[in-house]
Design a protein around this ligand. Structure first.
Ligand code: PLP
Length: 420
């Protein structure tokens, strides 16, 4: 569900004509719809109604402060994975007592930052991290609120590179070791264990792995309570998938039902860390065709957007639907094309052998479902700019990140002293 659609033959974002924005700021750029973000947040909130639930938006999916603020204004907390993200969440107005700090390798500086800000909880992923945190908390005269992230050894059946809950993945504490770890954690003076956490992967399009993992977490929590540990909070992570191709994906209501079925007797506070589900379909990448090139065997649409702007196709073999800003007509001639960027890598390919209305140089296209893991992963490879991000609400739009050009970046470089 999103608010990008054709109206009078042209693509609009809510009530704004996308090609008008392109004329004003130039391509490529990311365009987000605030109402789409709000829609997804509300849908999830509704699905979790009746539970003692806090939705901590996973900032890494899209960390623009305007996006975080849109969600924090609706009552969302934040799940952060670095000091930088913590800074962003606070800047966007997320209250510290709704911030969770996740991640497998938090540095001592990052742990100290989290303690200083008094955030809700730090999710600990290993014993060495626990010991480091205890030491820092001690030196700061604080008690750290901690959830232990378990690795439930459940295959999320998603892309290998975004599966995080199998025993061979680097994340979490092996669930079979949790008894030992918690008993040692309990003896640390500056650590307070408040609960358990997990996150088995991203872009899950089946509910079964959630159900298996939640069930495992629930029985662990019960077992630990019987041993006298106070498990008052469970963090169920994120991972709910979205549709990139128009095929149906699990609804928030179906997801919510599983949560309720599994945890109904536990009487626990629940945290959720959705990222992609909230923002994924709320963004498009708007780009222009530079050339149409006939190769020996393929026809290429060469765009002004590239893999450095949107890594997902190259990184995860992700398929994003690509549409024209002008509504296709029934009798349009279709060309079978490869859609590629200008970067000097064969991996700089957005789609292979897809059928699009015959395009020519200067035509505008939108790469859909680019709101999550798009702008946040962009780089300046090939000395390209970081592209603008804009957000639409109703008939207004606003630039929420300006284009950052190579000229600006070169200013941070210098020649060594010995250079003449
Ligand atoms: C990435 C991540 C999330 C968000 O995942 P989505 O698939 O975007 O919902 C949540 N929690 C943790 C710990 C993560 O690493």
């Amino acid at each position: 569900m999103d608010y990008f659609e054709y109206r009078k033959g042209e693509l609009v974002a809510e009530d704004v004509n996308v090609s008008k924005i392109a004329d004003e700021i130039g391509t490529p750029f990311y365009c987000y719809s605030a109402t789409s973000i709000e829609y997804h947040f509300k849908a999830l909130k509704k699905a979790l109604a009746g539970l003692n639930a806090t939705i901590c938006y996973a900032v890494k999916a899209n960390s623009n402060i305007a996006i975080i603020k849109t969600l924090s204004d609706m009552g969302a907390g934040a799940d952060v994975v670095s000091s930088g993200e913590l800074t962003r969440a606070l800047k966007a107005g997320v209250p510290p007592n709704k911030i969770v700090f996740s991640g497998v390798g938090k540095t001592t500086d990052e742990l100290a930052h989290a303690l200083k800000e008094g955030i809700l909880q730090i999710n600990i992923e290993s014993e060495p991290e626990l010991i480091a945190l205890n030491k820092i908390a001690n030196s700061m005269g604080q008690e750290a609120q901690v959830a232990l992230r378990i690795n439930p050894d459940i295959d999320a059946h998603t892309h290998n590179k975004i599966s995080t809950g199998r025993s061979e993945d680097k994340f979490g504490i092996e669930w079979t070791h949790i008894n030992d770890v918690i008993s040692r954690a309990n003896k640390l003076d500056n650590i307070k264990i408040v609960g358990l956490a997990m996150h088995i992967g991203s872009q899950l399009t089946k509910l079964e792995p959630f159900k298996e993992a939640f069930t495992r977490l629930e029985s662990l929590a019960k077992e630990l309570r019987l041993k006298g540990y106070e498990i008052s909070r469970l963090d169920l992570g994120g991972g709910l998938g979205i549709s990139y191709d128009g095929l149906p994906t699990p609804t928030p209501a179906e997801y919510g039902k599983i949560v309720k079925d599994v945890f109904k007797d536990l009487n626990c506070d629940l945290l959720f860390e959705p990222g992609r589900f909230i923002v994924g379909n709320a963004g498009i990448l708007v780009t222009q065709v530079i050339y149409v090139k006939k190769g020996a065997t393929r026809r290429f649409l060469i765009l002004d957007a590239a893999m450095n702007d949107l890594m997902r196709p190259c990184l995860y073999d992700a398929k994003h639907s690509i549409i024209s800003l002008v509504e296709p007509k029934e009798d349009d001639i279709l060309d079978r094309v490869d859609v590629v960027g200008p970067v000097c890598e064969t991996g700089d390919t957005f789609a292979t052998e897809i059928d699009l209305p015959a395009a020519e140089s200067g035509d505008l296209l939108a790469i859909r479902s680019a709101g999550a893991y798009g702008a946040v992963m962009s780089s300046t490879y090939n000395s390209r700019s970081l592209i603008p991000e804009i957000i639409v609400k109703g008939n207004n739009y606003s630039i929420i990140r300006q284009r950052i050009t190579p000229k600006t970046l070169i200013n941070y470089e210098s020649l060594p002293d010995w250079s003449t």
